[in-house]
Design a protein. Structure first.
Length: 595
């Protein structure tokens, strides 16, 4: 009997995809954005703020646990920033803030300085003297920032590139490589208890009087740091829930939470289990801790493409964007990229799945100014990962098209990726540069793309940033709030940094085991219900998943058009464009609580 094979739809689709890839269907055409508008006048300059507010890098001696092996000497210090008025008056309020995932104390440097400046220089009310303490998690001690700090001092990024990638020593010190889980066994001990103890040490050092802490100290944070602030309020620092003076909620006047998906209200409404010692829960927890200690599970909480290598390069690119914004970006083009950098750039800078499969054009085939290169890596119109998005403007001076990757790939495998797929977002309303050259044989010959900053995309009379034809909507003033130059400065400036190269998986594990009334050894989160009574402000980014419908036990503010990082980075000196959405309600909350 003759047999005639039937061509299935799946086979047909596969053949079509392969034919498109092999055909090299590259098209440089796209929508050319309209010319950027003029910048708005600023209310005050960065120099004005720096003349009034100082940023001090401080350390407190505090030996780290050696239970799972010796630790570097740097890890025996708690490191943090103190932001205060240069005249150093007695502060009316002290804000202790914790960063979110993969973040360091630098994330607060712009907001802290502008907040202090606004409180001190406001009109129509008496000055409010603020102090902000931004605390690094202990795992930031593992980072070797020698090359980055030297490059900052020399204003020369080649210093950092030579140190990290070319084997050039600095002051006799050679970089010994980016770390893996096997290199940092002691990271297994840097969990939730370490974070709580470190933050409490900083707070009690700067506000030693318990009564003063109750009257003027605030605990807060951004993203996961906001969740940690709530944990602090419910923590019992001597482990005895019958002695309350040491409880977190007894040591602060209020709680500040900036854009966190998980709120105290979630916990309260979830009807948590009775607080009880559960043998099965304890056994599960101890078994997972042991897996971290012996290396069966990764001690570093890493995401694909995010590593010490990629984070150091982000900081170096920020230097170039801040110091040489108009120059063509050559940093990544001239660097032999590691696997993590290639993976991240593929995710950020691929037009569709066919571009990925074809392997061209890549990020390095396009021509960008330094500011544009930073923009396409972090801006919400180009970066697909919501937790590292800011709203800084849009590309200009070259055509753009809709970006379909990784959304087109995720639609096929989202069930396999689970939570990681959700972390990548829905991929909607993303764009990408289209012209890397006239054809695949002439890449690198396209236009020099530049950046239309947040206040150049539109104004009150014409809020939409469109294609030059006036038809294609690219973005609007409603959704652009942060100055790329401010963002660049925050990414690199100071003795520590914006990113966290080696975030502890133990911290993530510990947080899973304190919810729902569960109690496990070494995690005395004993006062969850009492913490709900503290004055609380929640400021949420409208564009980040979960807002504006989030529940809160306190004051709720929705920052219109903001993405996750914008609540820390929104321009504070361009009221002619739009007033800042975060600083005024934050000041009002602090003042109402202390006065």
């Amino acid at each position: 009997m003759d047999y005639t094979p039937v061509r299935s739809p799946a086979v047909g689709l596969t053949s079509l995809c392969l034919s498109l890839v092999l055909a090299g269907c590259y098209n440089p055409n796209g929508t050319l954005p309209e010319p950027p508008k003029a910048r708005v006048a600023v209310d005050h300059s960065t120099a004005d703020v720096d003349a009034v507010v100082e940023q001090r890098f401080l350390q407190l001696a505090s030996p780290a646990s050696t239970f799972n092996g010796p630790v570097p000497a740097a890890c025996d210090q708690i490191q943090y920033y103190q932001f205060r008025l240069r005249s150093a008056p007695e502060p009316d309020a002290v804000l202790v803030l914790m960063p979110g995932v993969y973040s360091g104390a630098n994330v607060f440097s712009y907001l802290a300085k502008e907040l202090i400046y606004a409180a001190h220089t406001r009109t129509g009310a008496a000055p409010l003297n603020l102090e902000v303490l931004a605390v690094d998690r202990r795992d930031n001690c593992i980072e070797d920032l020698t090359g980055l700090n030297a490059a900052e001092q020399a204003r020369d990024t080649q210093v950092a590139l030579d140190y990290y990638f070319n084997g050039v020593p600095l002051d006799g010190q050679l970089f010994d490589g980016f770390k893996s889980s096997d290199d940092v066994p002691y990271l297994s001990e840097m969990g939730l208890a370490q974070v709580m103890e470190d933050v409490h040490a900083v707070l009690t050092t700067h506000v030693p009087d318990p009564l003063q802490r109750q009257q003027k100290a605030f605990i807060g944070g951004h993203s996961m740091g906001a969740s940690l602030a709530w944990v602090y309020a419910g923590w019992d620092f001597d482990g005895d829930e019958t002695t309350l003076a040491d409880a977190g909620y007894q040591n602060v006047a209020g709680v500040i939470r900036l854009d966190s998906r998980y709120t105290p209200a979630d916990s309260q409404e979830a009807a948590p289990l009775p607080a009880t010692e559960n043998d099965a829960v304890i056994a599960d927890y101890l078994a997972k801790v042991e897996r971290l200690r012996d290396g069966r599970d990764d001690r570093v909480a890493a995401l694909p493409g995010l590593s010490g290598e990629t984070m150091s390069l982000l900081e170096i690119q920020a230097m170039e964007a801040h110091w040489h914004p108009d120059d063509e970006a050559l940093l990544l083009r001239n660097l032999e990229q590691g696997a993590d950098t290639r993976l991240l750039l593929t995710a950020v800078h691929s037009r569709d799945i066919f571009t990925v499969l074809r392997g061209t054009p890549t990020f390095n085939d396009f021509r960008y100014t330094n500011r544009a290169a930073l923009g396409v890596i972090l801006d919400d119109n180009f970066m697909p990962v919501p937790i590292i998005q800011a709203s800084m403007g849009h590309l200009s001076a070259g055509p753009v098209v809709s970006k379909r990757f990784p959304a087109d790939a995720l639609s096929l495998v989202s069930g396999l990726l689970g939570d990681f797929a959700r972390l990548l977002g829905d991929g909607k309303n993303l764009f990408i540069a289209s012209d890397a050259g006239p054809n695949l044989q002439s890449l690198g010959q396209g236009p020099l793309y530049d950046w239309a900053d947040f206040d150049q995309v539109g104004d009150a009379s014409d809020p939409d940033y469109t294609g030059a034809n006036g038809k294609t909507l690219l973005t609007t003033t409603r959704n652009e709030v942060s100055n790329l130059q401010d963002v660049a400065r925050v990414l690199y400036e100071g003795e520590t940094n914006f990113t966290e190269w080696y975030m502890s998986q133990r911290l993530m594990l510990d947080q899973q085991f304190i919810r729902g009334g569960k109690r496990v050894p070494g995690l005395p989160f004993l006062h969850e219900q009492e913490s709900f009574a503290l004055p609380l402000i929640e400021i949420g980014a409208e564009q980040f998943s979960g807002y504006p419908t989030f529940a809160t036990l306190g004051e709720a503010v929705v920052a219109e058009g903001h993405n996750h990082l914008d609540v820390l980075l929104q321009s504070a000196n361009t009221s002619a464009y739009r007033p800042n959405d975060v600083i005024p309600p934050l000041l009002q909350f602090v003042e109402a609580t202390v006065r």
